[in-house]
Design a protein around this ligand. Sequence first.
Ligand SMILES: Cc1cc2nc3c(=O)[nH]c(=O)nc-3n(C[C@H](O)[C@H](O)[C@H](O)COP(=O)(O)OP(=O)(O)OC[C@H]3O[C@@H](n4cnc5c(N)ncnc54)[C@H](O)[C@@H]3O)c2cc1C
Length: 381
Amino acid sequence: MPRNIYDDDHEALRSSAREFIDRVMRPRAEEMIRDKVIPRDIWQAAGKQGFFGFDIPEEYGGAGVDDYRFNAVVAEEWARFNMATSSCFGIHSDVCPAYIVDLGTEEQKQRWLPGIASGELIIAIAMTEPSGGSDLAALKTTAVRDGDSWTLNGSKTFITNGYQADLVIVAARTDASKGAKGITLFMVERGMDGFVNGRKLDKVGMDESDTAELFFDNVRVPDENRLGEEGLGFIAMMQRLPQERIGSGIANVAHAKAILEETIQYAKDRKAFGQSIGAFQHNKFLLAELVTTIEVAEAYIDDCVLAHSKHELTAIDAAKAKWWSSQVQNDVLDSCVQLHGGYGFMNEYRVARAWRDARVTKIWAGSNEIMKELIGRDLGF
Ligand SMILES: Cc1cc2nc3c(=O)[nH]c(=O)nc-3n(C[C@H](O)[C@H](O)[C@H](O)COP(=O)(O)OP(=O)(O)OC[C@H]3O[C@@H](n4cnc5c(N)ncnc54)[C@H](O)[C@@H]3O)c2cc1C
C-alpha cells in the first residue's frame, strides 16, 4: 500500500540515513554487539551528518525543523538496522532535546544543545528507579536545597545511554509532602562528585545498547542545573511522553516490517518437500496475514506522525500507538522466527536477535498495561 505522508525532502533524508548505516554502522555491527555499546565516534559521525537535533533550533547547532516527519523517517531507518540503535539515538535525539529546548534557560541551551546536536555530549533521561518505574509519582531519589545548590541522593535503573552519558536529565523529589507536585528535573553532568554511571546491565536482547544503573551519593548540583521550575518535573515528563511513545511506535513497526521482508525472501528460498516453504498454504496465508497486519499498523502510526507534525497528537492516541504496535511487533516477529525453523533460534540470524530485542517494547516507555490504563481512564473508567 503506498504511503503518502512523506515528500521528496523526507525521502532524501531517509536515503542519507540508509547510506550512513551501510557505510558507518553495518560494518561494525559485531563490534557493537560484543562491546554492548555504540562507540562514541559513531555518535559523533551521526551528529556531524545532522541526524541529531531536528528539534534543536539552528542557533544551538540543530536543524530547527518544525516537522516531526523528519524525526520519523530517521527513526524508521535506525529501527530497520536494529532496535538498539533506534533506542539509543531516539532517546538522545528525539526524547531529551525537547526538555532543554522547552524548559531550559538561555544559558542552559547554549551550554548543552550544540554538544547534543553534534553527538559530542551523550544524553540520557533517568526516571525509573529500582523500586519502580510505572508509578513515577512515587519516585524516591531526593534533592534537598542547600543555598544555591541541591544535594542529590538515590539511584536510577534501566537507563538507556546511562553508561556513556555525559549528561542526564534526572527526576528527583524536592518536596516529600506533595506527591507528583514535589518532583523537579535536574541536569546531572559526568564528573560531578558522587555521581556514578554504573555497570552495563546484562539484558536478554538489544545487546548493542548501553543500559545502566546510575547512583547519586550526595551529588552537589548547582541551581543553574535545575531544568524548569521546582515542582513541575512530573508534568514536564507527562507532557513529553507522547513524543517518546510515538517514537517507540514508529520503531516497532519499522523494525518488524524489515524483518518480515527478510522472512518473505527466506520463505521463497528455503525448500521443503520439493517446494518453497512459503508455498505451503498455511505459510502463504500466514505471510498474507503478517503483511496485512503490518500495513494496517503502519497506517495508524503514519496518522499519528502526521498529527504530531501538526502538534495535534493526543496522549491517548500516542498510548494506543505504543501498546498496539509493540504487541503487533512481538506477534509478527514470533511468526517470523517460526518460519525460519531452527535457524530462527540461532543468534547469527538477524530474526532471532530481532525477536529478543522486541520483547522489551511491551515493557518500556510506559508498559502496555499502563497504556491501557490511560486509555481506559479516558473512556471514563
Ligand atoms: C532496556 C530498557 C531500557 C529502559 N530505558 C529507560 C530510560 O532510558 N529511562 C527510564 O527512566 N527508564 C527506562 N526503562 C525503564 C522502563 O520504562 C520501566 O521498566 C517501565 O516503566 C516499567 O517499570 P518497572 O520495570 O519498574 O515495572 P513495575 O512498575 O514494577 O511494573 C511491573 C509490572 O506491573 C505492571 N503494572 C504496574 N502498575 C500497574 C497498573 N496500575 N495496572 C496494571 N499493571 C500495572 C506493569 O505493567 C508491569 O507489567 C528502560 C527499561 C528497559 C528494560
